[in-house]
Write a protein that binds this ligand. Structure first.
Ligand code: SF4
Length: 76
């Protein structure tokens, strides 16, 4: 289940990439990404803490991570 205000989506093609998972976990200041043996997991309890800092977008290949503002439909 996404957060009330924010949803974060990682493209299935890269979600199992352990190196990318580690980069995302390091990049996000509010721990929305968790690096596991199975790849990146989204910590849903933290979704609404997203500051829209875009560090995850910069850490991932273009277009593979999306930040969705559920309150206005905007996608970053
Ligand atoms: S935009 Fe910033 S706070 Fe939000 S998920 Fe990405 S790294 Fe985390």
């Amino acid at each position: 289940m996404p957060g009330l205000f924010i949803d974060v989506r990682v493209d299935a093609a890269v979600a199992k990439d352990a190196e990318l998972a580690r980069k995302l976990a390091e990049a996000c200041p509010v721990d929305i990404f968790e690096a596991t043996d199975a790849g990146v997991m989204i910590v849903e309890a933290n979704l609404d803490e997203c500051t829209l800092c875009d560090l995850c977008l910069q850490a991932a290949p273009e277009g593979t991570v999306q930040i969705v503002k559920l309150y206005d439909g905007d996608v970053r």
